[in-house]
Ligand binder design. Structure first.
Ligand SMILES: Cc1cc2nc3c(=O)[nH]c(=O)nc-3n(C[C@H](O)[C@H](O)[C@H](O)COP(=O)(O)OP(=O)(O)OC[C@H]3O[C@@H](n4cnc5c(N)ncnc54)[C@H](O)[C@@H]3O)c2cc1C
Length: 57
């Protein structure tokens, strides 16, 4: 049986998450993200009680 491909993706922005979604069918994928959350520049930001989505809405 062929060994399943293993892939590492750097960054959980929209580009990284898109390629993860595409590769999941054929590979074991692990994502390395330096920030606390996912989304990169399109993440949800929180300031006190206010949160807002920015980036590619
Ligand atoms: C205010 C604002 C409004 C915008 N409006 C629009 C819009 O209306 N339409 C539009 O098309 N685009 C818009 N954009 C641009 C769009 O959001 C970005 O082009 C897009 O989100 C970039 O995605 P990306 O995955 O390429 O990069 P990023 O979102 O930058 O993701 C990169 C990720 O990699 C991580 N990373 C970086 N280096 C490392 C490392 N060494 N190790 C681990 N992780 C790492 C980062 O923390 C980040 O999470 C806007 C951007 C902003 C800020």
């Amino acid at each position: 049986m062929a060994e399943r491909l293993r892939v590492g993706v750097i960054g959980a922005g929209i580009a990284g998450l898109t390629i993860v979604r595409s590769l999941q069918k054929i590979a074991d994928v692990i994502v390395f993200e330096k920030s606390r959350g996912v989304g990169g520049r399109m993440a949800t930001r929180r300031i006190d009680d206010v949160s807002f989505d920015h980036g590619a809405q």
